[in-house]
Design a protein around this ligand. Structure first.
Ligand code: APR
Ligand code: PHB
Length: 390
């Protein structure tokens, strides 16, 4: 079998890359180890920067997003019993769109199927070969039968635990990492959101976040110990703890209901450099992870593949300048988002090892942040996303 670009992984990075390449007339095959249903069952964040919305439009999958996505012109910060709004439109003229990653993935899968493009699901033993030469190949097994795909390029869109980054010789990789001493316990419920915008709350009992998927579906998170387990939390215990961590007005407005899902995710900052090895390109979680506090994971994945699709189109049009600078251009944006996500995480969570002094520093910074137009603008500008320079 032969294709121009073999894409490993059918998460948002792989699917969006496939759609953008298709628009550019570049043949591609997506190879995914799981089933489509398994991919769609993963619950992830859901805040899209305008540059991500623009890329989804460019890929031809923006229709439902524009109909059902919720435009948000700000967020609320809650601390010391009070809520303060950071107005994105006033500070930056921009907004974000709340639309679940699951829905983005569903739209991309459906468009791909309608366009009759090939996606191999349930591929076993996926492996990548000879990407340091001129004829890279991807091998896998389907229903026990070996398959080999010859291609011009391999796109490693296979997430943090994927095979692509793991296939690069360790001596060629430089890895930067920080693990945080807590996780997020998430709960999804068929209840109206407590507020029409997201509430990020700092509290001595721990951070919490009130988010949403739609006017009737909510997503909430609680900072929890790393060794905690979702099974330890009854729905009532979750709602009681959330009420304690948000301001009294929000606690009173909170509508509770049975959980549809509860799970714990660890928080991590991670970057692997570079993002290109010969004819293998890494994109999305395969190359970098951010803690979820700034909702940057999906947006970074989208900007990576936005740059990669353009660079590959330029290659087929005769210029390698784009693929030669892909890694450097991505990493510049990645590190800015890493910095923002690390800063917002450090500001909002309880770090017992930082003691009372550390807590007072956080409170002083929050007080400054909501009272200073300059500081509010810094938060707003990073949250709505920096412009994508292509
Ligand atoms: N072979 C084929 N597919 C693989 C392999 C493999 N060896 N390993 C992993 N995959 C698949 C996974 O099953 C998954 O569907 O690659 C896909 C990677 O998708 P994501 O983990 O969603 O990563 P990405 O597409 O980069 O999206 C980034 O997802 O994790 C969130 O916060 C992150 O929102 C961000 C987004
Ligand atoms: C979510 O809705 O899941 C969500 C929103 C914002 C974040 C993280 C997660 O910062």
């Amino acid at each position: 079998m032969r294709t121009q670009v073999a894409i490993v992984g059918a998460g948002p990075a792989g699917l969006l890359l496939g759609a953008l390449l298709n628009r550019a007339g570049i043949d591609n095959l997506i190879i995914e180890q799981r089933s489509a249903d398994y991919v769609l069952a993963r619950i992830r964040a859901g805040v899209l920067e305008q540059t991500t919305v623009d890329l989804l439009d460019e890929a031809g999958v923006g229709e439902r997003l524009h109909r059902e996505g919720l435009p948000h012109g700000g967020i609320e910060l809650s601390f010391a019993g009070m809520r303060h709004r950071i107005d994105f439109r006033a500070h930056t003229g921009k907004q974000v769109t709340v639309y679940g990653q699951t829905e983005v993935t569903r739209d991309l899968m459906q468009a791909r199927e309608e366009a009759g493009l090939d996606t191999v699901y349930n591929a076993d033993e996926v492996s990548v070969h000879d990407f340091d030469g001129t004829s890279p190949r991807v091998r896998y097994r389907l229903d026990g039968e070996p398959v080999e795909v010859d291609c011009d390029f391999i796109a490693g869109c296979d997430g943090f635990h994927g095979v692509c980054r793991a296939s690069v010789p360790p001596s060629a990789l430089h890895v930067f990492e920080r693990a945080y001493p807590f996780g997020w316990l998430g709960l999804l419920s068929q209840t109206p959101p407590v507020s029409h915008e997201l509430i990020y709350s700092s509290h001595p009992r721990g951070f919490s976040l009130c988010s949403m998927r739609s006017p009737t579906r909510s997503r909430y998170y609680l900072q929890c110990p790393l060794d905690d387990r979702a099974e330890n939390w009854s729905d009532d215990a979750f709602w009681d703890e959330l009420r304690r961590r948000i301001d009294p007005a929000a606690a009173q407005a909170l509508v509770t209901g049975p959980s549809l899902e509860k799970s714990i995710a660890p928080l991590r900052s991670f970057v692997a450099e570079p993002m290109r090895f010969g004819r293998l390109f890494l994109a999305g979680d395969a190359a970098h992870i951010v803690p979820p506090t700034g909702a940057k994971g999906l947006n970074l994945a989208a900007s990576d593949v936005g740059l990669l699709s353009r660079a590959l189109a330029d290659h087929y049009a005769g210029s390698d300048a784009g693929i030669d600078s892909y890694s450097e251009r991505c990493l510049r944006r990645v590190w800015r988002a890493e910095r923002f996500s690390w800063w917002f995480t450090s500001l909002m969570h309880q770090f017992p090892e930082n003691g009372e002094f550390g807590h007072r520093m956080q409170m002083a910074e929050l007080d400054y942040l909501v009272g200073s137009a300059a500081a509010s603008t810094v938060l707003a500008e990073n949250y709505v996303g920096l412009p994508l320079e292509r």
